[in-house]
Design a protein around this ligand. Structure first.
Ligand code: SAM
Length: 288
């Protein structure tokens, strides 16, 4: 296998194609073979698996994935990278490269390409799309098994934390509703070309077969969660009422909080996932 996971080979291929890095696409290419091996190992890929890679770049991690998986679908937004990928992935007949914006792709339709196999997502994510793409993957109807991704360390923290931490928010709750989050590795900036100015962490999110709490309406639960964190310094009641769109009145929210034995002055950031599920189920019943 042509190993692109080092500074020399990566620089050489970038020079050969006179490729210009695009900051707007969050292009920081991995140049550390140990980290690459660790990511692929953490993703627990077998020949039975279909892998979706978001942002293959020059194909460095794609090569590792193609060696381990039955099938790889790689979605890359930057068309200047396509000729490079044609060269670096030419030894593999199990890789399909699509030149698209992953945020605009119909994920359920993409999943049909896997022939019904559960999909493992693996990515060194462009940081500007981390939250929207993770939410979209979970909310899509694709048969998702796990997501193993490189994210900013601060975001990894947010995924794992609970009430009482300043990092706790809508992303924490969404991740913990759908999956078990685990840190796989801390990755220093020196493992990338060019070096990012933040620290990075690889996390694996293993999807639960059943969410840990029962929500009568998932979309409403997440609307309540988002509204509660929109105005962090406001009370939960104000957050929910001011959000509009939820269709609940101040009186209804106060009634539900009283039923739950919670002070009307409570802030959303103190609520656990269980509490949010209870709150949204009760509000739904009142709204009907
Ligand atoms: N996987 C490569 C690696 O590890 O060296 C590249 C990772 S780099 C951090 C992120 C990649 O995602 C870049 O190739 C970038 O062009 C691509 N990208 C950025 N935004 C994207 C989007 N909306 N859809 C698909 N790919 C995107």
């Amino acid at each position: 296998m042509a190993d692109l996971g080092n500074f020399t080979n990566t620089s050489e291929i970038l020079r050969k194609y006179q490729f210009r890095m695009q900051k707007k696409y969050g292009q920081n290419f991995l140049i550390d073979a140990n980290i690459l091996a660790k990511i692929v190992e953490a993703a627990q890929i077998t020949e039975e698996d279909c892998v979706l890679e978001i942002g293959p770049g020059i194909g460095t991690m794609t090569q590792y994935l193609a060696e381990a998986a039955g099938q790889v679908i790689a979605v890359e937004i930057d068309r200047d990278l396509i000729p490079i990928l044609e060269e670096t992935l030419s030894p593999y007949d199990n890789v399909t490269v699509l030149c698209e914006d992953i945020l605009k792709v119909d994920l359920a339709a993409l999943a049909e390409k896997s022939g019904g196999r559960p999909i493992k997502v693996v990515a060194n994510l462009p940081y500007y799309i981390t939250t929207p793409i993770i939410m979209a993957l979970f909310e899509s109807r694709m048969p998702l098994a796990s997501i193993t991704v490189m994210v900013q360390s601060e975001v990894a923290e947010r995924m794992q934390t609970g009430p009482g931490s300043k990092d706790y928010g809508a992303l924490s709750l969404a991740v913990q509703y759908y999956a078990k989050p685990e840190k796989v590795a801390n990755v220093p900036a020196s493992c990338f070309l060019p070096r990012p100015n933040v620290d990075s962490t690889v996390v694996r999110l293993t999807r639960y077969e059943e969410p840990p709490v029962e929500a009568d309406d998932e979309a409403f639960l997440f609307a309540v969660i988002r509204a509660s964190f929109n105005q962090r310094r406001k009370t939960l009641v104000n957050g929910l009422v001011n959000a509009g769109g939820l269709g609940v009145t101040r009186g209804q929210v106060e009634t539900v909080l009283e039923e739950m034995g919670v002070s009307p002055a409570v802030r959303g950031e103190t609520f656990t996932l269980e509490r949010f599920a209870e709150l949204s189920n009760r509000l739904l019943r009142l709204r009907k």
